[in-house]
Every structure is written in C-alpha cells, then in structure tokens.
Write a protein of this length. Structure first.
Length: 240
C-alpha cells in the first residue's frame, strides 16, 4: 500500500483522517455505541451466513477493519479492505499484516475487474458519498453472479437521522436505494434495520439498567416499525 498517493479528501474523509486508528474508539466507546456496533456486525454475519471458507469479499469503506476482522478471522473469508484514508488502512495492517488493502474511494470507478468478488459489504460509508448511486452500481459491477451484497444506508424516513445535525450526511429512502440496486442487477432479499433512537440517546447507556431500557425500547421499535423508522438500514441482496 502506498500511503503517499491519497485522493483529494472530501469533507467526511477529513474527519476520518483526523481520527485515524482511533476511529473505532471514538465511534463505539460506551455501552450503547458498542451495542450498536455489535448489531451492525451481526447484520454482516447474517448477510454472509453459509459462505464457503476462502470466498473473496470486498469490505468497501473498511475503516479500522472491525468488519474485516469478523469476516476474515471469524468467518474465514478472504477479505480485501478498501478505504480512501491511508491511516485507516494502516491501522488494519498493524493488526492483520496479511490483509489485502486498496486505497480508493466509493463514488468513482472501482479499481477492480467486473465480477471479482463473491460478496461485497459497505457499512457506514454510503451516507458520506455524494454519488452514492454510482457507488452502489460499482459495488454491483464487481460482484460475481449469485454473489451477496450488504450495504448500509442512512434512512431519510427516520427522525433519528437528525442526530447527525450539520454533518454532510446524505440520507436516502430505502426504495431509492433498492431501485438503483435492481437496475444494477441486484435482487434484494432482506432488510436489517439499525437502531431507531438517535446516537445521543444511546450514549446515555452507562450501566445495566439504562441498557435494559434502551435495548427494550429497540426491541419494541423493531417489532412495531421494522425498517420504516430505523436510523439506518442494511440492505441485503444477491447478484442475478
């Protein structure tokens, strides 16, 4: 990996560059955020359940590699970690030196041949990509027929999205994302809702009692609202 040749940074990428190897500590410190992280990683496990050992997977927007580690170390998959921030990729290599890393960003043509991967995942990334439609189309392009895809979007229909305040986040509707994927040859087979409460509420989870209240409220919201009011949604599909 050549960390000297970075793309010109976008607004969101500048923020992640400033965090570097400390991103996951910043994002998931505390009981509430850690619970959210576990929920997201469980969505990855669900989406990739039953994939054969050694299957080739792209982690698009890998960050510090929390999903890369689950897919590689736990599921036994052959993971390529892609990110636009060299500091993120460097942090992955410090912990998993054998990981294949690629310095590139979403929203422009990906540096892979068509039908390269058996699965692609992208968590917490598309909301920072102005050309998210092109990004999703490119993820579909590099996916092999019958390959799996799991992408997280920020749900425009959720009031919890206002927790981002003035951040340059791009919320989209589930139907808009599904339409783009379908035009790119994706058959959507599942939706896994994220949390329904704003992050600031989850940061109040300081002990067992408060976490029971939060997770209980989340269970009710999952049952009543499903993906409709979720702050984010992981769309799961396969390539036709």
């Amino acid at each position: 990996m050549n960390v000297s040749k970075r793309p010109e940074l976008r607004t969101g990428e500048k923020y992640f560059t400033s965090l570097g190897a400390g991103y996951e500590t910043e994002a998931f410190s505390g009981l509430g955020p850690a619970w959210i992280s576990d929920r997201e990683l469980n969505a990855v496990r669900t989406a990739l359940r039953g994939m054969p050992k050694g299957a080739q997977v792209l982690d698009a927007g890998a960050g510090n590699g929390r999903a890369t580690k689950v897919m590689g170390d736990e599921l036994g998959l052959d993971v390529t970690a892609l990110d636009a921030v060299p500091e993120m990729l460097a942090s992955i290599l410090e912990e998993r030196p054998s990981t294949k890393t690629v310095l590139a960003r979403l929203g422009v043509p990906l540096p892979f041949d068509s039908e390269t991967f058996d699965a692609v995942i992208s968590l917490r990334v598309l909301k920072w990509v102005p050309a998210w439609e092109h990004a999703l189309t490119e993820l579909a392009r590099v996916l092999r027929p019958t390959g799996r895809i799991a992408v997280e979007i920020t749900n425009r229909r959720s009031i919890a999205r206002f927790g981002y305040r003035n951040a340059a986040v791009i919320p989209v509707t589930r139907s808009a994302a599904r339409d783009v994927g379908e035009r790119a040859g994706i058959e959507w087979i599942d939706e896994i809702p994220g949390t329904h409460l704003p992050l600031v509420i989850w940061r109040m989870g300081k002990g067992n009692t408060s976490m029971r209240l939060l997770t209980g409220s989340q269970a009710i919201a999952d049952h009543v609202l499903g993906s409709t009011g979720a702050r984010s949604v992981v769309l799961v599909g396969r390539k036709k």
